[in-house]
Design a protein around this ligand. Structure first.
Ligand code: NAP
Length: 274
């Protein structure tokens, strides 16, 4: 399939679930996880400059028996690299490490550090105009950052990647995303394991005889979010993939919606909410 045909086939949507790779730092384990996931059917891979594994992720994609053009590949520009020239230079480095000619999605990792909308975003726009990135994304943006970014960019903001799971349900950002046609990509979709111990999730998992991980991912899917669970071994990779077959009932969804907790797993000092 040609690159353009692959893009058309993919349509406007971002494949879900994708596979996350934060802290997948053992080179062989990381490459094998990606190869396993892509061969299983995953069509979305999430990495970042800061994860130090772009080369391993690239090797995993190359090793899989699937065309690169059929995989939706996303990386993120770290907060130290957000001055105009650094965005351009570091993205070229990411492309080299990943060993690909283009990225499907390039995110501003955080509105922090060297982030300056008037300088950072024109560099993303230039990469987009050059065809090196298919879509522009942002991560950890709040509505005020999204408003500003939308006023500067010519291209649409395709995605906002934020922490989201049943313990951090993100209703405000969900509404914003729906109103402005932005994909909400849920990171730490298993709350880094914290959802496994929540009684309401355990009850729903028990009713369907599935894992708590699958319940969390199915709930995110029901909310219209794309999820990117990180998993290393084939058993976790498969368990998460099988969440696609889980249909939650209205009662299940109400149970999970009713979990009234606001628990962030990823909360650095430079987070815009701090
Ligand atoms: P997560 O996906 O919520 O949880 C990952 C943890 O759950 C790992 O310890 C993994 O273990 C385990 N796990 C995965 N599937 C499982 C299953 N089916 N059963 C039991 N345990 C399972 O956390 P995350 O890594 O923080 O988030 C996912 C991805 O989001 C990251 O990898 C990264 O790509 C992205 N992210 C982005 C940002 C950002 O600022 N934009 C921040 C955080 C994360 P194993 O590895 O042993 O399988």
């Amino acid at each position: 399939m040609t690159r353009d045909a692959a893009r058309t086939a993919m349509g406007g949507s971002v494949p879900t679930p994708g596979i996350g790779t934060w802290q997948n730092t053992d080179p062989q384990a990381c490459a094998t996880a990606i190869e396993t996931a892509v061969e299983m059917g995953y069509r979305h891979v999430d990495t970042a400059q800061a994860y130090g594994n772009e080369a391993d992720v690239g090797r995993g994609i190359a090793a899989a028996d699937v065309d690169r053009d059929d995989v939706f590949l996303a990386t993120k520009v770290w907060i130290d690299n957000l001055a105009y020239d650094d965005v351009i230079e570091s993205t070229h480095e990411s492309l080299e490490k990943l060993d690909v000619e283009y990225l499907d999605l390039l995110y501003v990792h955080w509105p922090a550090g060297a982030y300056d909308p008037a300088e950072t975003l024109p560099a993303f726009q230039a990469l987009h105009d050059e065809g090196l990135i298919d879509r522009i994304g942002v991560s950890n943006f709040e509505p005020r950052h999204l408003d500003r970014a939308r006023s500067i960019l010519d291209a649409p903001i395709a995605a906002n990647q934020v922490e989201m799971h049943p313990l951090l349900q993100q209703s405000t950002l969900r509404e914003y995303a729906a109103a402005h046609d932005i994909e909400l990509v849920a990171y730490s979709p298993l709350a880094r394991g914290a959802v496994f111990d929540v009684p309401a999730i355990q009850r729903v998992a028990g009713r369907h005889d599935v894992s708590e991980a699958q319940v969390s991912l199915a709930w995110l899917h029901e909310k219209g979010a794309v999820s990117i669970p990180k998993a290393t071994g084939e058993d976790h990779i498969r368990d998460n993939w099988e969440s696609r077959d889980l249909e939650l009932t209205e009662a299940d969804i109400e149970t999970i919606d009713g979990i009234d907790r606001q628990e962030r797993q990823v909360d650095p000092d430079f987070g815009p909410w701090n």
